[in-house]
Design a protein around this ligand. Sequence first.
Ligand SMILES: Cc1cc2nc3c(=O)[nH]c(=O)nc-3n(C[C@H](O)[C@H](O)[C@H](O)COP(=O)(O)OP(=O)(O)OC[C@H]3O[C@@H](n4cnc5c(N)ncnc54)[C@H](O)[C@@H]3O)c2cc1C
Length: 478
Amino acid sequence: MKNKSIWEELDNNFKMQSIDKDLDIDVLIVGGGITGISVLHQLMLNKIKCVLIDRNKCGYGTTGKSTAKITYLQEDIYGKIKDTLGEKIAQEYLKSQICAVELIQDIVEEYKIDCDFRKVSSYIFTNKNENIKLIQNEYEFLKDRKVEAGLVKEVPFNEECKLAIKVGDTYTFNPLKYIDYFKKLYQSQIYENSKLESFRKVNDYYECLVNGKIVKCKYLVIATHYPYFLKNVMLPIKSYIETSFIGAKKVKEEKLISAINVDNPTISLRYYQNKDINYLIYLLNSKKSANIEDFKTYFKDLKDKGGFTYLWTNNDIITNDYMPLIGTIDKDNSLIIATGYNTWGFTNGTMAGLVIKDTILNNYNPFISLFKPKRGINFKKLKRGLEDGYGNIKAIVKSNNNVNNKNIVGKTIDGKKVWIYKDDMGKEHIVLSKCPHLKCGIVFNETEKTWECLCHGSRFDIDGKCINGPSNYDITFK
Ligand SMILES: Cc1cc2nc3c(=O)[nH]c(=O)nc-3n(C[C@H](O)[C@H](O)[C@H](O)COP(=O)(O)OP(=O)(O)OC[C@H]3O[C@@H](n4cnc5c(N)ncnc54)[C@H](O)[C@@H]3O)c2cc1C
């Protein structure tokens, strides 16, 4: 059993540079997932002097642990947006997603990117009588907007289904092969193992500290998934983190389909072929991270389905109005974020590329106002915001989460609270007991051997090295 995503198997020993000198540029893009790479591509096409940095390897954050479907059929999202922000916004969101699907297809074709790109039929389905209405409403919404969709009861995958929507013109791919293509194309603009440590505004530019070097830029794009250091974004009350449990197993054939249900527990699936071996990629259970007591239980649900070669988890940010946050957040329109994709990051991250390019060039783009991070608040959003904030607080106070794990003890050493994990070989791994981001408790994920912050999704390896934000710091104990 491999405790990493199937994409992370990619054989890429392609060595990238790290920052070793000061730079003076127009735009610094921080983060090399689908968002950062899409922004870089759009800016390069427009001959803007820009650089992308990633503190690890590009693509190995959330992007490299996803199921990598490219679709505008996204559970019952149009119904949810309609309910929170109204029909017009839901319609604009649909337009943006169709536009993004087409854009990715155009890019893959134009550059002939070898990324196992497949045209597939997408389904959303339910097995519960009480959710049939959700499917019907979503179908009506799509039909009213002239989207070619079918309402079906029979589905070509092995799940019980009472009703489903089927659409064509959607895709799947290998996200790390896609990212790798752009890494090679823009290798002189990309710096890996280069971490943004801090930044400040000086007159009309930003002075950014990256690996001890100074990068001066007019625009700063934070594409770090969770823009942890921007307190004015107020993400903890605009969103919560969701953790999903995923596996990949060998199967006889590669079916050209992808599917997701609208029920609880969440089920999402697609197929993938690598070197003539076919895999089913299967997600079971998506949970508010703050409500997870024990990773084992959810991995057990997955393992009970049998036969997985890979098992892993991934976190994404769910916003309280179901819309991404893409755009400027300061009065000078020079500090830009792109986040909150509600688990639909390939369309939204690609769209972020266009929106941010047009923001910087001052071009008209209808989606700039749709996604603007500083949008208003209404009662429904406020109610969800308070619930999300409460969930996050619960996770902060839940600092005793490892007491049921017999391999872990909590201690105070040199005045610091630590967790000590003893592995199968008897080796001790000591880490600080709080996430550096907002001091939430951390819990050990025995399957992946990672420490997890349940508040905002930071992840650390067994010895405390930060592998996923919002934390920008390790929890290593020295
Ligand atoms: C289980 C699951 C399944 C999903 N499946 C799909 C799907 O099928 N289709 C879909 O469209 N979306 C899917 N998504 C959503 C999608 O994967 C994400 O929304 C998307 O990958 C986010 O991309 P990103 O570039 O914003 O962030 P990331 O991919 O996390 O990239 C952020 C990068 O920033 C870097 N970074 C962080 N801090 C710093 C710093 N201080 N300095 C420098 N670099 C830094 C990190 O190293 C990282 O590489 C899924 C999400 C989950 C959780």
